[in-house]
Write a protein that binds this ligand. Structure first.
Ligand SMILES: NC(=O)c1ccc[n+]([C@@H]2O[C@H](COP(=O)([O-])OP(=O)(O)OC[C@H]3O[C@@H](n4cnc5c(N)ncnc54)[C@H](O)[C@@H]3O)[C@@H](O)[C@H]2O)c1
Length: 437
């Protein structure tokens, strides 16, 4: 891809459309409102708090990312979305139970005004849920056209100059690529014929892309990770990114595994288990949805450790991932990892990680960063898969001939170098020989 020659200024309102307005989406919207009314800090958000080094270490130039490159202002964001439950975002946030009552009270008026539009939904793809706020239509194509109409109406009503759609909906059943996903024409015909390989999340993605707006995928659903939609993204000059927010256990996995590999320490096994009691956990009780999540969580180790290059160290790894729905914990997930490594002469060692985290608190700043960076990509004329946003995903999308980069710090370097490249600053290689001439 060519370097952007001109980055359009972020003038006017940015519409943020969220299919799925549950725990993550409402925590994100409430947080943005609390930050822009100066009642809280945007902790966890690289776009709001991160800096970026420019030039040599001796130059002392480390502006904030948002000062280097013009990102949309939080004050200019307007929110909308779809859900199968008609609850306002205040009611949904209260049910999700992520935020304390004092935070909820501060955003009650704001969240009460955000009401979900009827969803494009089919129980076949999320078996554990059933709701009434759902679109009706002759076939999937008609439903997708209704989503397009919603997008156009929202844009007009809120006078948006740009829009981004980010999937924060449930995890759908496991799907693999099918022939109907291969071209835009076959995809459209399949929507008209109600083909089972077309999931609701794909209808939103198709509607966004053909409306010329960026689409990101926070769940492990196949969704936009198919050639038909990727071709359409290129044709419509739309950036796309996915999939599955990298928040808790996988975040730590993609920090620890690169450390073992860097020191040439071997690995015999990695057992990861979780207890969580939110609706996401309930949806993942269904084996079809769990399989989608499992695939997403399992991929990282293989790509980081490259067993084909280091067979003595990583050829025989027992990697298991379990997710257990346990209502008393609500959104406060506990993720345990037992890691069996080995060192010099093959002597075994163990590492135990017990992460008492908060799922949506970790996900919300990622949603914000993705929204702002996808808008930046769109204003810069960058289209198709945005691999530089891999930093935020458990299963990063890449060009078909590439393997995904999972190492968090390679991903961060890729992201920051992309920003430097976009504004014409030198890329940072970390070579450093010039300081010793
Ligand atoms: N929180 C995290 O740390 C994290 C990390 C990675 C991925 N995710 C993914 O993010 C997604 C959201 O998580 P959550 O905790 O907010 O879940 P949630 O269950 O609280 O919210 C999801 C919402 O999506 C709605 N929904 C389902 N299908 C829909 C459709 N077709 N159209 C519109 N709405 C639909 C549901 O009714 C629900 O309200 C899940 O897929 C989850 O796996 C979350």
């Amino acid at each position: 891809m060519e370097k952007p020659t001109r980055i359009a200024a972020p003038k006017g309102k940015l519409g943020v459309l969220l299919p799925g307005m549950g725990a993550v989406a409402t925590t994100f919207m409430a947080g943005v409102e609390l930050v822009r009314t100066k009642k809280a800090q945007p902790v966890g958000s690289l776009t709001q708090m991160g800096t970026i080094r420019l030039g040599k270490r001796t130059e002392g130039r480390s502006p904030k990312i948002k000062d280097l490159i013009k990102l949309a202002k939080l004050e200019d964001i307007v929110f909308g979305g779809w859900d199968i439950f008609p609850d306002s975002s205040y009611e949904a946030a209260a049910k999700a139970g992520v935020l304390d009552p004092h935070h909820l009270a501060m955003v009650k008026t704001f969240l009460s005004k955000i009401k979900p539009m009827p969803a494009a939904f089919d129980r076949e793809y999320v078996k554990m849920l059933d709701g009434k706020n759902v679109k009706k239509g002759k076939n999937k194509y008609e439903i997708a056209l209704q989503v397009k109409k919603d997008i156009a109406n929202f844009k007009k009503k809120h006078n948006c100059s740009r829009m981004v759609m980010l999937w924060c909906g449930s995890t759908e059943i496991f799907l693999t690529q099918d022939d109907v996903h291969s071209t835009p024409e076959k995809f459209e015909k399949a929507m008209q014929e109600n083909h089972p390989a077309i999931a609701p999340s794909m209808l939103y993605a198709w509607a966004a892309i053909t409306s010329g707006i960026a689409y990101g995928n926070g769940a492990p659903n196949l969704s936009v990770d198919i050639p038909a939609l990727q071709t359409l993204a290129l044709q419509n000059n739309v950036p796309i990114a996915g999939k599955d927010f990298k928040t808790g256990q996988t975040l730590l996995k993609t920090v620890l595994a690169p450390a073992f590999k860097a020191r040439m320490l071997g690995l015999n096994g990695w057992f990861s288990t979780n207890i969580l009691g939110n609706r996401d956990g309930e949806v993942l009780e269904d084996p079809g949805s769990f399989k989608t999540k499992e695939e997403s969580k399992l991929g990282a180790l293989e790509f980081i450790l490259q067993p084909h290059l280091y067979p003595e160290l990583y050829k025989k790894i027992h990697h298991k991932v379990r997710i257990n729905y346990y209502p008393p914990r609500g959104d406060n997930k506990e993720g345990w990892d037992n890691i069996d490594i080995f060192g010099w002469l093959g002597y075994p060692m163990q590492i135990k990680v017990d992460f008492l985290c908060r799922d949506s608190i970790l996900a919300a700043p990622i949603v914000l960063d993705l929204v702002l960076f996808l808008d930046l990509a769109q204003r810069s004329g960058m289209r198709g898969i945005q691999e530089w946003l891999s930093f935020y995903f458990k299963s990063p999308m890449t060009a078909p001939e590439l393997y995904p980069e999972h190492d968090l710090f390679i991903q961060l370097m890729k992201l920051k170098n992309t920003l430097r490249w976009m504004v014409g600053e030198d890329l940072i290689t970390h070579l450093g020989q010039e300081y010793y001439d």
